[in-house]
Ligand binder design. Structure first.
Ligand SMILES: Nc1nc2c(ncn2[C@@H]2O[C@H](COP(=O)(O)OP(=O)(O)OP(=O)(O)O)[C@@H](O)[C@H]2O)c(=O)[nH]1
Length: 379
């Protein structure tokens, strides 16, 4: 029962989630030193460096430790599982919010302890600057970013009110908080829009890639894909000494089918042929079935020649045995097949293997069609 969510957790994280982790991490590592630096400035300006050295140093040390924590979070996990990526993101946000809470506590203490005007100014400007930077840099998670904004901003604003600061100052601070909140909203919306756009681009790219190797009519691999795989498999067979056989299949008298029944039925015939050929030579890393153009198909199989010849002949016999029923029309069709086994001494390129298979096909047609002929077979 728990298998469903568990299995989903172990799935590979989506590109969108992976990107969120990359971007969050990149920005996460940048901010830390500024907290240490500005805390030092505020403490020195306030005189707390001398008046309450221990507390001041303790808080400074806490900023340094949080800063170090930022560099302990690693990038994309090796398995890139959804669960691992989410855990890493949660950890980053926990450190970020911890850092903001620390700033909130340190600044509240400073503002309530010291009457020094310049120290208060440094603390207030630092808080507002951190809040602004946060709104622009961490729009990935809106809820968490708002909590961070509150932690960075509100203690300073509260201290201004409690300390009886001038009305104009409090009003300007409130207006600026409004601006920062709106900026966070806008950055979040823009961030999501950008991710949506990138998702769409990825989808279009995948679709284009798929379409560029699929045959539009039958949906199986096209000539382009076949040529790429042919080159690759020839190289592999040469390097590993494994068997490789190419079949070239051409429907017999296909023009007559078109002429007699029309192109629509001709198309249906090609689609059915592709489906049956694919079923006869299922992929599973062994075979590649492609439409090379018109009524010509190619198959690559990593098996010995005698085995492939038997399979090809069984397919040929089954295809011509029973009339096809296409849109209520019954028609007879047969196929001629040329076969050739890869020989590293004779086939230097995929093109050479293709030409040899074509010789087999030519002989099959010349022999009266509806037959499988191996190119190396004597006439
Ligand atoms: N319906 C349909 N016909 C096509 C398609 N592509 C090519 N053809 C037709 O396939 C026929 C091929 O004819 P030919 O090359 O003369 O070969 P054939 O009639 O099969 O004769 P043999 O190969 O010698 O047995 C032509 O009529 C082409 O118009 C297609 O996508 N759909």
């Amino acid at each position: 029962m728990t298998e469903g969510p568990h299995a989903a957790d172990l799935q590979r994280a989506s590109p969108r989630l992976q990107q969120e982790l990359r971007e969050t991490l990149q920005r996460f590592r940048l901010g830390g030193p500024f907290y240490v630096l500005l805390w030092g400035l505020a403490g020195t300006a306030s005189g707390l460096w001398t008046q309450a050295r221990d507390t001041f140093l303790l808080l400074g040390l806490a900023f340094v430790l949080v800063n170090l924590l930022r560099f302990l979070v690693k990038g994309l996990p090796d398995d890139a599982s959804e669960r691992a990526v989410r855990q890493r993101l949660n950890w980053i946000w926990a450190v970020l919010l911890g850092n903001c809470a620390l700033w909130a506590g340190a600044v509240s203490w400073l503002l309530l302890t010291t009457p020094n005007e310049s120290a208060r100014t440094v603390a207030a400007i630092s808080s507002y600057a951190f809040a602004t930077a946060f709104a622009h840099n961490f729009p990935m998670r809106l809820r968490e970013a708002f909590i961070a904004l509150g932690l960075l901003y509100l203690p300073t604003l509260g201290a201004l009110i409690v300390n009886g600061s001038r009305f104009e100052l409090v009003a300007v601070s409130c207006l600026y908080l409004l601006y920062v909140s709106l900026a966070l909203y806008r950055s979040h919306a823009e961030y999501r829009q950008r991710l949506d756009l990138e998702d769409e681009l990825r989808r279009q790219r995948d679709l284009f890639e798929q379409q560029s190797w699929r045959d539009g009519l039958t949906g199986i691999a096209n000539r382009r894909r076949f040529s790429t795989v042919l080159t690759h498999r020839c190289r592999q067979a040469r390097a590993e000494g494994t068997p490789l056989v190419m079949l070239l299949l051409d429907l017999d008298h296909f023009k007559a089918i078109n002429d007699r029944y029309g192109h629509g039925i001709g198309d249906d015939c090609l689609i059915m042929f592709a489906q049956r050929l694919q079923a006869a030579f299922p992929d599973a890393g062994q075979a590649l079935v492609a439409r090379l153009g018109g009524e010509e198909f190619g198959v690559l199989v990593r098996q010995p020649l005698d085995v492939v010849m038997r399979r090809a002949d069984a397919f040929r016999a089954a295809w011509s045995a029973v009339p096809l029923q296409l849109s209520g029309v019954g028609l007879n069709s047969s196929v001629s097949i040329g076969a050739v086994a890869f020989d590293p001494a004779r086939h230097q390129t995929g093109e050479a293997l293709y030409r040899a298979a074509d010789v087999g096909l030519y002989r099959a047609k010349a022999a009266g069609r509806d037959v499988v002929v191996c190119a190396d077979q004597p006439d």
